[in-house]
Design a protein around this ligand. Structure first.
Ligand SMILES: [Zn+2]
Length: 159
């Protein structure tokens, strides 16, 4: 599906933009919960953001906790882009098999078409809300990684 079609389908009122409400609308569209977790991702993983599909109905997005507002917003939107555009991502189960290996390499950014499309998605969303920019709207609720996953992500070196 084209990016524009996906955005139309999500059917979100960008005049009322807040990151929280956008994320929950995307979740409604995809029949999934989207958890956002802030951590020291750049030190741990050499990445600003990471998207990990945990299972049907649960997506997890990690974002570096030290990014300035706008960079944080565009990083989160980029990772949401990977989800809504149906890009392939290492699943939780696949990552489980890799425990102990160098996962930094897996999350290293490359210049693939998927990366460019996710970036274009982030820029497109930002251009829709730029007349309406206020940092309070960029605040997004991060949740603690549940106990079930915490130890696992620690083991992988993400947390
Ligand atoms: Zn990406």
């Amino acid at each position: 599906m084209s990016m524009q079609k996906v955005i139309d389908q999500i059917d979100y009122d960008f005049d009322q933009f807040s990151l929280d409400s956008f994320i929950s609308k995307v979740g409604e569209w995809g029949h999934t919960e989207i958890k956002l977790c802030a951590c020291d991702l750049y030190s741990n993983l050499n990445a600003f953001g990471a998207y990990i599909p945990i299972r049907d109905g649960l997506q997890m997005i990690f974002v570096d906790e030290n990014l300035p507002h706008l960079h944080r917003l565009s990083t989160i939107l980029h990772e949401i882009g990977h989800y809504v555009l149906g890009h392939e991502a290492m699943t939780y189960e696949e990552l489980c098999l890799l425990r102990g290996r160098n996962i930094k390499a897996i999350f290293r950014r490359d210049n693939s078409a998927d990366e460019r499309e996710a970036e274009l998605f982030a820029h497109t969303i930002i251009s829709k809300v730029q007349d309406n920019m206020s940092y309070s709207r960029f605040r997004a609720s991060c949740v603690p990684v549940g106990d079930t996953y915490k130890r696992y992500f620690e083991g992988l070196g993400i947390l």
